[in-house]
Design a binder for this molecule. Structure first.
Ligand code: HEC
Ligand code: HEC
Ligand code: HEC
Ligand code: HEC
Ligand code: HEC
Length: 439
């Protein structure tokens, strides 16, 4: 069969930006780090309800985040408890160190059923936890140092006085390093890097330009830092040129909807829609019976880290390709969910998966000893995928539609948790279509 002359049409934007090799398979360097444990009690911290009196808006924003609900997130709790059971409790301290930092430090966990957790520890990654962090002593694995007490540390160099707490400027809070202690997860025994959001950022153009996590995740809407003037405490006499939003949202649309925070869920959806751009390379024309390979380029335009990042094994991101002829008949498809909500085997999927000691794929973080597959898109780079589509027997038109899709919970995990997969939204991150003439 004659190969078609390949004419690329770029339907979205007109240029390919050659900003790198678009690999996505960078070797993960092994680092070993054991959480450093400070002795504290939960009574040294103040409840977010106290902060709410004066920082009402910030409280409302924080309340709907994954940080605030880390003690109630069913996906985390189920995973943490089953890992605990499988390891006879050996994983307990590790798994709760970032999710329930006060509970961990105050030795309220184990037991992993949470029956000893104080109300303070149940607030998860709370106001007072973040605003009493005074140092980060390593890269990842809860390497934060706390100085709980009357002084709250933050980004204001000239804070107004208030009767409740002292304020102190902290450069750390204005830097991405602040987030690194929890957003870099390293297996404490094998040294395997399980999640590397911080180092992905650090090695990217965002890292070299110091466009921080806060610049994207603490600003209204997706994108980099936008003007956000306001007061930081209710009734404060000083309107500041810039304030930081606390709806630190990633992509967990499902969790936020379910917890009753539609505005946060909408923001998570917007984040996903701002993350990637698709390009489609199609031959302009084919002869009858001539099959072809289409080129789909996925560029990470909006995320300051790999796409996807973090523990991507708990989520799904994949390409759906549907080709129809002029009468709408499907001539090829891949990545179309089955009725049961499964992703077909021949689908292009993105993410990192791990293998255990026997070389088998595992979704148990504790058993993971090596990376099995890592197919992701570095920030401001792209990957190319090639999909084979069959020819048409007669002259006509081939319509090609490509969508990049995302789902917050995998089918398997939803089943384990008793969640109907139909309830988990599938977000269209990006979409592109094109046509090939057959004559
Ligand atoms: C009585 C009211 C009040 C309460 C209660 C309160 N704050 Fe504040 N807070 C303020 C005011 C006023 C400012 C200064 C705002 C400004 O300068 O624009 C402030 C500033 C801050 C800052 C900025 C410090 C800096 O230098 O950057 C942080 C962080 C902070 N508060 C955290 C908290 C936390 C955490 C709680 C709950 C434990 C809390 N606040 C409770 C009134 C309060
Ligand atoms: C995940 C950590 C984290 C949590 C949780 C958190 N903050 Fe913050 N907060 C920050 C960081 C980081 C900044 C500064 C961002 C920067 O400078 O880039 C900040 C800024 C602030 C400021 C400074 C002024 C402003 O509004 O811009 C105040 C006040 C504040 N936070 C209060 C709170 C309160 C009250 C809560 C809980 C309702 C809270 N924070 C929860 C990390 C956190
Ligand atoms: C004390 C540990 C800790 C610190 C510090 C921290 N985080 Fe987190 N963060 C977590 C944990 C744990 C979760 C996941 C909670 C869950 O899903 O149950 C999380 C979740 C998130 C999410 C939502 C992820 C999703 O699934 O959508 C974003 C976005 C995020 N963090 C950003 C930040 C940024 C930006 C900073 C720094 C300003 C920061 N975090 C600091 C522990 C932390
Ligand atoms: C240029 C903007 C930008 C910067 C910088 C950035 N992010 Fe993100 N982040 C995004 C967007 C957009 C998404 C949604 C798409 C996705 O899931 O990656 C996201 C998603 C996330 C998620 C959710 C991932 C998941 O699947 O659970 C976390 C956690 C997160 N970011 C943390 C961070 C941390 C920590 C930093 C700094 C080290 C950071 N981000 C820097 C834009 C940014
Ligand atoms: C160094 C901090 C840290 C440690 C240690 C840690 N986590 Fe997490 N975990 C996070 C952060 C941050 C996120 C959210 C962003 C991401 O996916 O990286 C998260 C997300 C998760 C999620 C996905 C939640 C959801 O709703 O999708 C599960 C499940 C989870 N962790 C379980 C565990 C288990 C089990 C362990 C112990 C084996 C563990 N974590 C240890 C920081 C940590």
């Amino acid at each position: 069969m004659k190969k078609a002359t390949r004419v690329f049409i770029f339907l979205l934007g007109s240029i390919f930006l050659f900003s790198g090799c678009g690999g996505g398979q960078e070797p993960q360097t092994a680092k070993t780090s054991v959480p450093l444990k400070q002795e504290i009690t939960s009574s040294q911290f103040e409840s977010a309800h106290t902060c709410q009196y004066c920082h009402q808006k910030i409280y409302q924003q924080w309340r709907g985040t994954a940080h605030a609900s880390s003690s109630t997130n069913p996906v985390f709790l189920a995973e943490m408890r089953s890992t605990s059971q499988a390891t006879g409790g050996a994983s307990d301290e590790f798994c709760v160190s970032c999710h329930l930092p006060v509970g961990w430090l105050a030795a309220e966990i184990p037991p992993v059923d949470g029956s000893s957790l104080s109300d303070m520890a149940k607030q998860g990654v709370s106001c007072d936890l973040c605003h009493t962090i005074t140092a980060v002593t390593g890269e990842g694995n809860a390497a934060f140092q706390l100085t709980p007490g009357r002084t709250k540390f933050g980004p204001l160099a000239d804070p107004l006085q208030n009767p409740i707490h002292e304020s102190a400027f902290s450069k750390l809070h204005t830097q991405a390093e602040f987030c690194s202690s929890c957003h870099e997860i390293i297996h404490p025994q094998s040294g395997l890097v399980l999640a590397s959001t911080f180092s992905e950022w650090q090695q990217s153009v965002y890292g070299s330009r110091r466009i921080t996590c806060q610049d994207c995740h603490m600003t209204p809407g997706p994108g980099v830092s936008k003007p956000n003037p306001g007061v930081t405490a209710t009734g404060a006499p000083k309107v500041r040129e810039h304030t930081w939003q606390h709806d630190l949202v990633g992509n967990n649309v499902f969790a936020m909807r379910r917890a009753g925070f539609p505005a946060h869920a909408a923001r998570a959806e917007e984040n996903l829609q701002a993350a990637a751009v698709l390009f489609l390379g199609l031959p302009a024309q084919l002869s009858p019976y001539q099959s072809t390979e289409i080129n789909i380029r996925i560029r990470n335009d909006g995320a300051g880290h790999y796409l996807p990042t973090g523990l991507s094994l708990f989520k799904d991101m994949w390409l759906e390709v549907v080709c129809t002829d002029q009468s709408g008949r499907i001539v090829h498809s891949s990545g179309v969910l089955t009725e049961a909500g499964a992703i077909p085997d021949d689908t292009v999927v993105f993410g990192t998966s791990f293998a255990d000691a026997s070389g088998e794929e595992t979704d148990n973080l504790w058993e993971a000893i090596k990376v099995l597959r890592d197919h992701r898109i570095p920030p401001q780079e792209y990957v190319d995928e090639f999909v084979e589509i069959p020819g048409l027997p007669l002259p006509g038109t081939l319509n090609v539609r490509v969508r990049l899709l995302h789902r917050n919970i995998t089918l398997q995990r939803a089943a384990q948790l008793g969640i109907s997969i139909a309830e988990v939204p599938v977000v269209v991150m990006a979409e592109i279509s094109g046509q090939i003439k057959v004559r």
